[in-house]
Design a protein around this ligand. Structure first.
Ligand SMILES: [Zn+2]
Length: 802
């Protein structure tokens, strides 16, 4: 059931459409009321949207429909309007389509009767893979407490009573957030408007469109709308799977389509909203979610428990995350010290050393709470399936407070009040994912020494500031989130390890070299277009008249496995840090966070403030335009980067690796051929290396055309490679594949099964040598795990294998 406007939209095409007309109307709050049905693999119930006409949206004769051109061309036809500038309506030359005067039931309207040229106002929501059964106008006038808000009679226009009430509700001051949420809840449970027909709606592949008969302006559109719907078992962003102990679970997957298959919403990041959710799940399951509160489940209908969560900080709907499963909590080792946002603390006079001035819209901000400002560690819990519980407890629980303290010390106030960490099922396609109040971690970080896990925790924790509290206004600027988190990962992890200046600098250089090698490898093996951080160049951040846009390359199947936004973004920040000095640069981050938290940014917001703060940079020729042209708008590698990598190679920790590599090559070349004579053991003394050094050592050895069998055997025993972290194991598997080291094929198999977040390209390496045994291994592993695999990983692997 696709509308005509979708005919030219190829689902496999690169770009992801964001269709919500956020320039006309905005969702300010969502109330979700959902039940999780494991037997049917469906989440169903209702969502109530509290809507407000956007500032600047025209009052009458507004052409509200999504036109074909608008969706196809996205930002190319974008106007220069932003949310705050008024939009002049185009002369309305559209001919109204013939529509039936009365539609029985008001259910989904067929293509024929929907009429893209209708003059009626269209509420366009982003969604896919949902079954919507009914859309209705909620009668908020039945909520008596709400009417008390209308002390001013100017609002009491009978025709617009409902929208006046919702307007008052959404604009209640943040000090009253508790009563506001209570009112939202009461409103969401109100009946439909008496004698009113359900609202007409229409679905196509990427959107749900809603109209009210005769209503032509967003200002006359119902301000509280309830949508009854169910998700689909195969919905693109809701993953029904089994945990590592073979027990059912479901979680949202985020990127690239975010929550579209979970609930209809406004996807463009400018649509920042708050939400509350009541989720019912069978008694033996736990519900983890983006919510400020640690929900205490209440008995619901027979066999079900109800979990209530809420947030008071407006955020893009894409950041909402939920996971439901039979996970266990890995012990608690920190007392609960949640900071209460009471009305009193909110208005407290702030101390003189207060360094933050909130520029965001009004919400109960932690940056303004003195108790929150001094909180170095926020309340946290760790959840895992039983088979990983002990490892999660041993590895993550001791690290979390250390990483949080480091983050607090470098970045300031934790933007969120608490954190749950979940070890997600093995099919999760990355090492970690940060969302408000909840972090997904791959089981791959649980093995080896603590370096990989610690650095990953630091990376995800950094996202609380960069990615969540400060988001990208245009999703093509992924580097704003990933480049920053990658850069901060080193700074935070060095802080945790209490490294001295020299040691920290050496670590930074070693990491930089490793990342440079990865980036240059990726640049050689991926499409040029995907290597540009700002593919829309100066048009970045622009949207069409309605607010719709396209996210460049977001649907490209290769995209989720590309690291260019992480790596090139990180190098840009490293380049800038080199100009002003690491310490000053990190201090600038803190100041930047103070100014921009709670807001969405474009690259220039950060860069301009940096250039203004350090004027000496421009005298050295570093200007906004040169940063754009050298770093963000080109697939080329900046000169600085090419020059720097030779410098990083000279660093002592790298030299140490080179010396070891030379020993190994010598060993391999001179008789280490596995002859009986050598059984007595090697005479070579190999130095102990850190996990990062080990990665580099194996990478250098990977460049060798030939390594003897005994060298590979000795490598394995010298460094106990099977017990190392997943990054080391990955290189070891590559070596084993390259040299057809059959004794290590079991290691390769285990890696492909247990480290799915990292093994995708190993399948390609197994296929490329056209070795029957290797190809059989790849096929065997794929068939063993394909049902649990992440969909995009599976399609990439199947492409390589079939
Ligand atoms: Zn604030």
């Amino acid at each position: 059931m696709e509308s005509n406007s979708d005919v030219d939209l190829d689902p496999n095409k690169d770009d992801l459409p964001l269709r919500a007309n956020t320039n006309h109307i905005l969702v300010r709050h969502y109330v979700l009321d959902l039940t999780v049905h494991f037997e049917r693999k469906v989440i169903g119930g209702s969502i109530v949207l509290f809507l407000e006409p956007a500032i600047g949206s025209c009052k009458q004769g507004e052409p509200g429909s999504v036109s074909k051109t608008e969706v196809q061309n996205g930002s190319q036809v974008s106007s220069k309007h932003d949310l705050s500038s008024p939009i002049t309506p185009e002369p309305n030359e559209l001919i109204p389509s013939e529509e039936p005067s009365c539609l029985s039931g008001g259910n989904d309207v067929s293509d024929v009767f929907w009429g893209d040229e209708s003059e009626e106002f269209n509420l366009v929501l982003d969604c896919c893979d949902l079954m919507v059964s009914k859309v209705e106008e909620v009668d908020v006038t039945t909520v008596s407490n709400l009417k008390e808000l209308l002390v001013d009679h100017r609002y009491a226009n009978a025709d617009h009573l409902s929208s006046s009430l919702v307007q008052r509700l959404v604009s209640m001051p943040s000090v009253c957030w508790r009563s506001q949420h209570e009112l939202y809840l009461q409103c969401s449970r109100s009946p439909t408007v008496l004698n009113a027909q359900p609202l007409r709606f229409h679905m196509d592949q990427w959107s749900l469109q809603v109209r009210k008969e005769g209503v032509c302006s967003s200002h006359d559109f119902p301000s509280a709308v309830r949508i009854w719907y169910e998700t689909k078992p195969t919905g693109g962003s809701v993953r029904w799977t089994k945990d590592q102990d073979s027990r059912c679970c479901v979680y949202t997957m985020g990127s690239p389509i975010n929550n579209r298959a979970l609930f209809p919403c406004q996807e463009p990041p400018v649509a920042m909203s708050t939400w509350q959710a009541c989720v019912r799940a069978p008694c033996d399951y736990i519900v983890l979610m983006s919510g400020e509160n640690q929900a205490i489940p209440k008995p619901a209908e027979t066999g079900f428990l109800q979990w209530d969560y809420y947030v008071t900080m407006p955020m893009p709907a894409s950041t909402f995350t939920i996971a439901v499963g039979k996970w266990l909590e890995a012990g608690v080792n920190v007392p609960n010290f949640e900071v209460e946002k009471t009305d009193e603390t909110c208005v407290k006079v702030l101390s003189a050393d207060q360094q933050y001035v909130c520029s965001h819209m009004d919400y109960p901000c932690r940056f303004m709470l003195s108790a929150a400002r001094t909180q170095t560690v926020i309340p946290h819990r760790v959840f895992a399936p039983p088979c990983h519980l002990q490892k999660a407890k041993d590895m993550i629980l001791p690290l979390l407070p250390l990483c949080m303290t480091a983050a607090h010390s470098l970045l300031g106030v934790h933007p969120f009040s608490r954190l749950d960490v979940l070890i997600v099922p093995s099919g999760f396609s990355s090492l970690g994912m940060a969302s408000p109040h909840i972090m997904f971690l791959s089981q791959s970080v649980l093995t080896g020494e603590r370096n990989l896990c610690g650095a990953r925790l630091c990376h995800e924790i950094a996202h609380s500031w960069f990615g969540l509290a400060i988001g990208a206004r245009d999703w093509t600027e992924e580097w704003i989130s990933e480049g920053f988190a990658t850069y901060l990962e080193d700074a935070l992890w060095n802080h945790v390890q209490k490294l001295g200046y020299r040691e920290a600098e050496e670590q930074r250089r070693l990491k930089a070299l490793l990342r440079w090698r990865r980036l240059s490898d990726e640049l050689q093996n991926s499409e040029v277009e995907l290597q540009v951080l700002r593919p829309n160049k100066e048009n970045t951040g622009e949207v069409s008249e309605s607010g719709a846009s396209l996210v460049k390359h977001a649907l490209n199947p290769e995209k989720p496995f590309m690291q260019v936004h992480y790596l090139k973004g990180y190098f840009l920040l490293k380049f800038l840090a080199d100009q002003v000095g690491e310490e000053k640069f990190l201090h600038f981050f803190k100041v930047f966070v103070g100014k921009f938290h709670g807001q969405l940014i474009l690259s220039q917001d950060f860069l301009q403030m940096l250039l203004d703060t350090f004027p000496a940079m421009s005298s050295r020729g570093i200007r906004l335009e040169t940063i754009f042209s050298d770093w963000l708008d080109t697939p080329e590698t900046p000169e600085w980067l090419r020059d720097s990598c030779s410098e990083w190679s000279q660093t002592p920790v790298v030299q140490e690796v080179r010396e070891e590599v030379a020993k190994w090559i010598h060993f391999s070349g001179s008789g280490g051929k596995g002859s009986k004579r050598k059984r007595s053991g090697p005479k070579v003394n190999f130095k102990e290396l850190s996990p990062e050094q080990l990665v580099l050592l194996l990478e250098f050895l990977l460049e060798e055309p030939k390594l003897s069998l005994s060298t590979l055997r000795l490598l394995q025993t010298t460094y106990n490679l099977q017990a190392q972290d997943a990054e080391v194991k990955h290189r070891w598997c590559e070596l084993a594949v390259k040299h057809k080291h059959t004794a290590a094929y079991r290691d390769v198999e285990l890696f492909l099964i247990h480290d799915q977040a990292m093994g995708v390209y190993l399948y390609g390496e197994l296929m490329v040598q056209e070795d029957a045994r290797q190809q059989a291994l790849a096929r065997r592993c794929l068939s063993f795990i394909k049902d649990d695999m992440d969909q995009s990983a599976r399609s990439v692997v199947e492409e390589m294998i079939l």
